[in-house]
Design a protein around this ligand. Structure first.
Ligand code: MRU
Length: 356
C-alpha cells in the first residue's frame, strides 16, 4: 500500500488523493504554504491524515526559518499555526496537532535552534508513527464487533489513505480479515467527491478485502433487503458527549441503520475527540464550493448554469444513533465517552467488548 504521507529529505511527501485511483503521484511540499494548500484542496484528506500533515507542515516551516533563538522560533510559528488551522474547520485533528506541537516546543525550552528544528521533525514523524499504532489498536478493539460472514457498510474513506496507515473505520475490517473471517465490505460512493468510489474501493481491493461499491442512495434498499449487518464509519470530530461529525451522508446512513435495527459503529482515535465540546450543534461544518456538486470531480458539468447549490461537507450524527465509539482505548457507549477525559478513570469498567 502506498504511504499517505511521509517525511523525506527536508520535505513533506503527500500522496495526491485528487488523482487517485487513476494516477499514483506524490506532491513534494517544501514549505508549509504548500502543505496548507494540499489540505485545503484535499490532495490529502481524512481527519488523522490532515493532523499528521499539520505536524509535518509545522516542521517544514521551522526548518526554513532564519530566527536565531528558540523564543523567536516559537513566536514566528504562531502565524504558521494560524495558516494551517484556517484550512479546514471541521476536523479537530488539525487543532490537536497544533496543540501537541506547541506543547512539545514549550517542553524543549531554550535549546539551540538547529537542535530545535531537528526535534520538531522527529516529533512530526512520531505523530505519524503513533497514528498507525492507534489505528491497529482500534482494529483489535473493533474486530470483535464483526461476526464471521458479516456484510459491513462504510461511508466515505476512513481507511489507510485517511490516516498514517491502516485506517480507522477500516481497521476492525482489516483485523477481522487478517484473522481469517470472511467479511464483505459495501462502500458508499460518497458524492460529491467520491471518496468511497475512488479511495475506499481502491485501497480495500489492493488489500484483498472483498468490497462492493454502491451508489449512496442504494444503502437503504440494501438494508431493507437484509444485505447489511453493521455499519462502521470514521469521524472528523466527535464531541465528548458522543455526537459524531463525519462526511455528509453519514447521518442519513445512521438514521437508516436505526430504522433497520443495524448496529452503527464509529471508529474514533482520541485525536478526533473534542474534549472541549459536548454538543454536536457546536461543531463548525465546512461548506465547500458549488462546483463540487454541479460537476463530477471537476471533469464534467452535470447541472444547469446558475443553479443554487448547498454543499456542506459534513453532517452530525447525534449520539442516540450511535451504538458504540471504538477508540484505541477500547469501545465505549457514546454516553461514556466523557470518561476518557478523566485522568486515572477506571476505563475498563466501561469498555464494551464484541463477542465475535
Ligand atoms: O472531506 P474528507 O474526505 O476529508 O472527509 C473524510 C471523512 O469524513 C472521514 O470519514 C473522516 O475524516 C475520518 S478519516 C479516518
Amino acid at each position: 500500500m502506498e504511504r499517505t504521507i511521509y517525511w523525506e529529505d527536508g520535505a513533506v511527501m503527500i500522496l495526491d488523493q485528487v488523482k487517485l485511483p487513476l494516477e499514483v503521484e506524490y506532491i513534494r511540499c517544501t514549505d508549509h504554504h504548500m502543505v496548507a494548500r494540499c489540505i485545503m484542496e484535499m490532495n490529502i484528506r481524512g481527519a488523522p491524515a490532515i493532523g499528521i500533515a499539520t505536524a509535518m507542515g509545522i516542521a517544514v516551516a521551522a526548518s526554513r526559518m532564519k530566527e536565531t533563538s528558540a523564543g523567536g522560533m516559537c513566536r514566528a510559528l504562531e502565524a504558521v499555526y494560524d495558516e494551517l488551522l484556517a484550512t479546514r474547520p471541521t476536523a479537530v485533528n488539525i487543532r490537536w496537532a497544533v496543540d501537541r506541537v506547541r506543547g512539545f516546543l514549550e517542553g524543549l525550552g531554550d535549546i539551540p535552534v538547529p537542535q530545535l528544528k531537528q526535534d520538531l521533525v522527529a516529533e512530526a514523524v512520531r505523530v505519524l508513527e503513533e497514528d498507525v499504532a492507534v489505528n491497529r489498536a482500534i482494529g483489535e478493539h473493533g474486530a470483535g464487533f464483526i461476526p464471521e460472514g458479516a456484510r459491513v457498510l462504510t461511508h466515505c474513506n476512513a481507511g489507510a489513505l485517511a490516516t498514517g496507515g491502516y485506517g480507522t473505520a477500516t481497521a476492525p475490517m482489516r483485523v477481522a480479515h487478517e484473522k481469517g473471517k470472511k467479511i464483505h465490505v459495501y462502500a458508499d460512493e460518497t458524492r460529491p467527491l467520491l471518496q468511497g468510489a475512488r479511495l475506499t474501493a481502491w485501497e480495500l481491493m489492493r488489500s484483498g478485502i472483498p468490497v462492493t461499491l454502491i451508489a449512496d442512495n442504494a444503502a437503504g434498499a440494501l438494508m431493507s433487503m437484509g444485505e447489511i449487518d453493521l455499519v462502521i464509519v470514521g469521524t472528523d470530530r466527535t464531541t465528548y458527549g458522543g455526537d459524531v461529525a463525519n462526511k455528509i451522508g453519514t447521518y442519513t446512513v445512521a438514521v437508516l441503520a436505526k430504522e433497520h435495527g443495524i448496529p452503527f459503529y464509529v471508529a474514533a482515535p482520541t485525536s478526533s475527540i473534542d474534549f472541549t465540546m459536548e454538543h454536536g450543534e457546536d461543531i463548525p461544518i465546512e461548506e465547500r464550493s458549488p462546483e463540487e456538486v454541479t460537476d463530477i470531480m471537476g471533469r464534467c458539468r452535470v447541472a444547469p448554469d446558475g443553479v443554487l447549490v448547498r454543499n456542506p461537507a459534513f453532517d452530525v450524527t447525534p449520539s442516540a444513533l450511535v451504538t458504540a465509539i471504538i477508540t484505541e482505548k477500547g469501545a465505549f457507549r457514546p454516553g461514556d465517552l466523557h470518561r476518557l477525559r478523566d485522568v486515572g478513570a477506571d476505563l475498563e469498567r466501561y469498555v464494551l467488548r464484541g463477542d465475535h
